[in-house]
Design a protein. Structure first.
Lengths: 215, 254
């Protein structure tokens, strides 16, 4: 049992190749799979994903992975959702009509908020690098995946919907867009979500993946 | 102001990074993978790779280049040139690219935009447009890397492509490309006024002032640069420093 093992969930959604490359750069030995047995015995799980929430949940359901992922996460296996994979951690999403998510972190996925700052117009999808800022509940990132992030480090976002946790203490980091605070990273014990793409965020992103592999 | 993305554009012919003028008269610059690494290290926000002859001869070397650089480059990469189908797009993403840029095949069959957008997400579907000025406030869509006219009006095409699900537009002025005379500000401004998805301005950057203008006067969301970087006339570091001193919102990169 080597602790650089990590299972990347392959459910036909998203650019798994890049996630694998990023994890390898972070020193991991990733296994990309949709095999139920391999997922059951995973030491760590990464749930990637791009595209629409409903399609992704349909794909997980079709592969009979939904309950499996919920069980693994609840058993304490370090579990990282990336981009859409983070949004799937929540109860439900408004994207293309209401869809149920994995329900691992209480909260909803909602339309990207309109800019409230005239000097900061925004476009959707929001495609950009943004600096991470501490959330209201986590002013200190010590012992989190953001430990040793340098100040001013930016990470790369591409999204049209935002995750809004019910509990403030599940928000680890935000970014500011159009004058609004947008959830960038969420955490509930072993369950972690990045709205951005750590595998596409240069050094800052690789550092986050390295920290995940240390869990 | 909104944050502007700084993008290195690498035009590829065969095994070589090349640079043209008006997308023609190509000069060999060097190894694409070496330049890609350099721009990644310097702090590019994204990279765009365009196979300049793929529409004519089919793609060959670019796939190998992408596969190679994906091992050490961890920023978004867009790949264009010769992508004709959803299957082609999926193959490109499997090599490590994040987005595909499509021009010729989308003009021939606009529904390809929807197919890619629905299947891979709109963020992966970049419409590449080669625009040639035909009169004041009127531009025509060119295909085959600026070689073939299509008779299609650029602005009408942008609106249609947005409706079909394009996530972004790479808008290249054939007239200004490689001239170092600055961007076609009127083209970029008309485009950003007409559609709401992000527009990457491409073609003509010769000095910082051109960047300043296309961002502040034409509202470009991102700027693709080639010549100015390839010939070391400016680095990303310098462009970021100048941007910040002129009040342009760019990513801080140390």
């Amino acid at each position: 049992m080597s602790n650089n093992e990590v299972v990347i969930i392959d459910y036909g959604v998203g650019n798994i190749f890049s996630v694998r490359q990023g994890l390898e750069e972070a020193g991991a030995s990733p296994i990309v799979t949709s095999d139920i047995k391999l997922i059951q015995s995973a030491k760590k799980v990464v749930l990637p994903g791009v595209g629409a929430f409903k399609n992704a949940m349909n794909a997980l359901n079709a592969l009979k992975m939904k309950d499996l992922l919920i069980n693994i996460a609840n058993e304490g296996v370090p579990f990282l959702g990336i981009c859409l994979g983070m949004q799937l951690l929540f109860d439900e999403s408004d994207e293309f009509g209401l869809s149920k998510g994995l329900g691992l972190i209480p909260g909803r996925v909602e339309t990207y908020p309109l800019s409230i700052d005239k000097n900061q117009p925004i476009k959707i999808p929001q495609i950009n690098w943004h600096e991470l800022i501490p959330s209201e509940a986590h002013i200190d990132w010590k012992n989190t995946l953001l430990d040793n992030q340098e100040s001013n480090d930016s990470v790369y976002f591409v999204h049209s919907f935002v995750a809004n946790p019910v509990h403030k203490n599940h928000k680890l980091a935000d970014y500011i867009s159009g004058g609004n605070r947008i959830s960038a990273m969420v955490v509930k014990e072993n369950i972690i979500g990045c709205q951005f793409h750590p595998e596409k965020s240069g050094r800052a992103g690789i550092s986050i993946l390295k920290n995940f592999m240390k869990l | 102001m909104k944050r502007i993305r700084l993008i290195a554009r690498l035009d590829i012919k065969g095994e070589n990074l090349i640079k043209g003028i008006h997308l023609e008269g190509l000069r060999v610059i060097g190894s694409p993978s070496e330049y890609a690494r350099k721009y990644y290290t310097q702090g590019a926000d994204e990279l765009i790779f365009m196979d300049t002859v793929a529409s004519l001869y089919g793609r060959n070397h670019l796939s190998e280049i992408i596969k190679l650089v994906a091992k050490y480059i961890f920023i978004p990469m867009t790949v264009g040139g010769g992508i004709r189908s959803l299957e082609n797009a999926i193959d490109i993403l499997r090599l490590g690219a994040d987005k595909v840029a499509i021009n010729t095949a989308a003009v021939a069959r606009p529904n390809l935009i929807s197919e890619i957008s629905n299947s891979l997400g709109s963020q992966a579907m970049v419409l590449s447009v080669e625009a040639k000025k035909i009169s004041d406030n009127k531009w025509e869509v060119y295909t085959e890397n600026g070689r073939e006219s299509s008779g299609i009006d650029v602005i009408e095409w942008l609106i249609e492509a947005e409706n079909l699900g394009a996530g972004e537009v790479l808008l290249t002025s054939v007239d200004f490309e490689g001239t170092r005379k600055g961007f076609d500000l009127n083209l970029i401004k008309t485009a950003t006024d007409s559609i709401s998805i992000p527009i990457i301005a491409s073609g003509g950057m010769g000095e910082f002032q051109h960047f300043h203008k296309v961002v502040s006067e034409a509202n470009a969301d991102a700027v693709a640069m080639a010549d100015i970087l390839h010939y070391d006339r400016m680095t990303f570091k310098k462009i970021r420093e100048e941007s910040i001193s002129h009040g342009i919102n760019v990513r801080k990169y140390v």
